[in-house]
Design a protein around this ligand. Sequence first.
Ligand code: MLT
Length: 412
Amino acid sequence: MAQLNDHYLKLKAGYLFPEIGRRVRVFCEQNVEAAKRLIRCGIGDVTEPLPPAVTKALHAAVDEMGTRETFKGYGPEQGYEWLRGAIAKNDFRDQGLDVADDEVFVSDGSKCDCGNILDILGDKNRLAISDPVYPVYVDTNVMAGHTGDADASGAYAGITYLPCTPQNGFIPEPPPTPADVIYLCSPNNPTGAAATRPQLQAWVKYALDHNAILLFDAAYEAYISNPALPHSIYEIPGARECAIEFRSFSKNGGFTGVRCAYTVVPKSLLASTSSGERKPLHPLWLRRMTTKFNGVSYLVQRAAESLYSPDGKAQVRALIEHYMGNARILRDGATRAGLQVFGGVDAPYIWVQTPAGVTSWQAFDKILGEANVVVTPGSGFGSKGEGYFRISSFNSRANAEEVARRLQALRW
Ligand code: MLT
């Protein structure tokens, strides 16, 4: 008798964003007039068109694929050398960081990489995950059978939750107990907080002391405005011995629909076999990629490469400035509405405390029903997200201004 993966049955409800989409669809069907003025600030999905450097590179790559002499079939599973080289040089070596071209693995998205990385990690690792958190880190561990069941608050047995609260500036602290695999996301989704150098130094020290691995999600690093804040975990000495970094072109190059990202696995990063031997993870990730993946399309890799051209860099900067301009407007609007506001300075997300006695989903329903704006309920990111909602600044300027106005018109 064929058996299913029981671990999937432990998952709570649907994945957050499809669930929000479902509720919004029902609302729109029942409120046809309100639906016409709906503004979506829920999922962090880019709205602005691709940079011209990217469309130019895509057109050129399409032409190459249409000619026998320049046509490409399968490429290297881990990415073309010219893209891995451009990434390692621009994002790391030009910043004084030691990352070799062949430590960069090109993929179709950080969400996939965050889930896929579990293939090369053991199933006995003690996990430490922030709360609130990007749901993918938790759900992929549940699916892989690395947790027990969830309790009434939605917390899974086997995970050490690291509370992120206003008291710690929404940056988790190393726990008093040992953990083997720790997920960190900075700038943070959903809270918009970004870790300081001393905070990351404390994590690297913890990881080295415990032979642990940091899974560092830096998908939003381009949004850091404070020059003192680290963009990469490899800015911290010792991180090459304890950290894997995930980066994405989704939120800087506007690639959510194009799909391209990369993961850095340093060759100096070791983990233990079940018999206690220390071995490098790099060859395992290479083996996993070459076995289970056929690489990102040539067209998309050429598109990603164009983001590192002088024009591409300037156009990415303009996109970031656009979205961060929205973040300022939304922060200001929510503050004027009398709400307590966090984030939105070094990240495109604004984390807003609900008025006293209002739950995250109640705030979601009120903002949807009365302002016709979609936000994300904080409790969807974990129990410590209860009492908050997230506003995404990925939108047009006109929509950001309109959302700021509508938030101020709400009466709680
Ligand atoms: C979000 O809204 O949290 C992000 O869009 C999710 C993602 O990047 O997968």
